[in-house]
Design a protein around this ligand. Structure first.
Ligand SMILES: NC(=O)c1ccc[n+]([C@@H]2O[C@H](COP(=O)([O-])OP(=O)(O)OC[C@H]3O[C@@H](n4cnc5c(N)ncnc54)[C@H](OP(=O)(O)O)[C@@H]3O)[C@@H](O)[C@H]2O)c1
Length: 417
């Protein structure tokens, strides 16, 4: 019988070997737990002569602040069999939702399991990332060593040096030439969110291409930057709101950055909340002749109310984030007299319901990326080496939710197979 104690023995012995593949037979595991491994050189990962892959994963067993609850767990992955695929991390972003998930305040919570042999049931952090195929089971049909993949669903845990998943859980990146791990590792959440909100919540009048507007707050976020570029690609003008930086020069530099991406107009949150915002809008929209037909809200509070007030009658405001942690308050007149529609969007749920469309959306964004029409987000790379200390990675993760960042935190694994 395949028992838990066999698994535990395999994990705890000093000669431990793979336990991740729980389908492995008990006898195989028992034998594996007794075999010696290849030598471990100082600070380096090793691959056993029996094909077991040594891996590390950033896991949590309780909810709380990442610095308090994350730990680096070392384990082994058995050689893939059947339709299993063993993967090596290339790059995985640290998105705000990942942190909220660890804090326990995000609606989707990956189940805590003992699959990786942690002392307590745990989940692996992270929801998106680019991985390279290291080896495949004999039943794998469409993937080979060296291919790049992303995970089909969120909640699978991407903050790990290696992983083993079934082929059916992976999306292959066709034609990876011309793409970087960062581009592939950050395509499935933010660009897809921007793309779907802009396509699915407004019936754009394509006869008026270049005459209709979208307004958004958090415009320098990953989603905001994607929306600016999609607007440019599709002929939708964008009115973008950012928060002021410490100095006027820094604010101007941020605005310039967004103009270079294709923003039509960039204003500050102070402009948005000021009494003169109506005039600012009129100035940009030929005195209101060019309607603002969609608002994307990732902030909430007063910022959201002000976005809504700028909308043309019958338009939609889509809320997809709550960075200010303030509720969205709506003057009744906007509902009664302007017939505005307020929606929410959650890419995880949407992707699970529309897997085919999600893949098509990813392909389209990567097509634009290859063509140089979809630029990289600014990032703050954290190089994850085999001997990187747990505390360093925890700190990098903890810093993600702080505002006014110069770039999104991204884990880049710099280890061998
Ligand atoms: N619903 C969905 O499906 C979905 C999908 C993707 C993302 N999201 C959400 O969208 C939001 C942005 O995600 P991202 O990955 O694009 O973010 P990101 O690249 O990490 O950027 C964070 C953004 O939030 C802004 N921000 C941070 N604290 C703020 C505050 N207190 N008030 C106002 N703005 C604040 C930042 O502005 P500063 O630079 O001025 O600090 C920045 O623009 C998050 O809430 C995330 O959870 C939702």
């Amino acid at each position: 019988m395949f028992s838990r104690c066999v698994l535990r023995a395999a994990v705890e012995t000093p000669y431990r070997q793979g336990t991740f593949s729980i389908q492995a037979s008990a006898s195989k595991l028992r034998a594996a737990s007794l075999r010696p491994t290849a030598a471990v050189s100082e600070g380096r990962r090793f691959i056993s002569v029996y094909g077991y892959t040594q891996a590390k994963a950033l896991v949590y067993s309780n909810y709380g602040e990442p610095k308090d609850v994350l730990s680096l767990h070392k384990h082994s992955i058995s050689p893939p069999h059947g339709t299993q695929v063993t993967l090596r991390l290339l790059a995985a972003p640290l998105n705000p939702a990942d942190i909220n998930q660890i804090q326990g305040v995000y609606p989707s919570k990956p189940p805590f399991t003992s699959t990786l042999g942690t002392a307590e049931p745990s989940a692996v952090g992270g929801n998106e990332g680019a991985f390279e195929v290291v080896s495949t089971g004999s039943g794998v049909k469409n993937l080979t060593k060296g291919d790049w993949v992303i995970m089909k669903h969120t909640g699978q845990g991407t903050w790990r040096t290696h992983a083993q998943l079934d082929e059916s859980q992976l999306i292959k990146i066709e034609d990876k030439e011309g793409l970087t791990p960062l581009q592939v590792g950050t395509v499935s959440v933010n660009p897809v969110t921007a793309y779907r909100m802009m396509k699915d919540f407004c019936d754009w009048d394509w006869m008026r291409t270049g005459e209709e507007w979208m307004i958004q707050n958090g415009a320098n976020s990953g989603v905001g930057r994607a929306a600016i570029q999609l607007g440019k690609e599709w002929g939708i003008k964008t009115l973008n709101v950012v928060r002021e930086r410490k100095t006027p020069e820094e604010t101007e530099a941020l605005k310039k950055d967004l103009y270079e991406l294709g923003a039509t107009a960039v204003v500050t949150e102070a402009d948005l909340l000021s009494g003169s915002f109506r005039d600012i809008v009129k100035e940009h929209t030929r005195n209101g002749k060019e309607p603002i037909r969609l608002a994307l809200n990732c902030v909430g509070g007063k910022s959201a109310t002000a976005l809504a007030k700028a909308l043309a009658p019958g338009s939609h405001m889509v809320t997809y984030g709550a960075m200010s942690k303030q509720p969205v308050a709506l003057p009744s007149g906007l509902l009664i007299f302007k017939n505005l529609v307020f929606d929410g969007f959650w890419v995880s749920k949407w992707g699970d319901k529309n897997p085919g469309q999600k893949e098509e959306t990813i392909k389209d964004v990567l097509r634009m990326t290859r063509a140089g029409r979809f630029k990289d987000i600014p990032v703050d790379e954290f190089k994850w080496k085999w001997d990187t200390e747990e505390s360093q990675i925890r700190e990098a993760v903890q810093g993600t939710l702080g505002g006014f960042r110069s770039g999104k935190g991204v884990l880049v694994f710099e280890g061998d197979e």
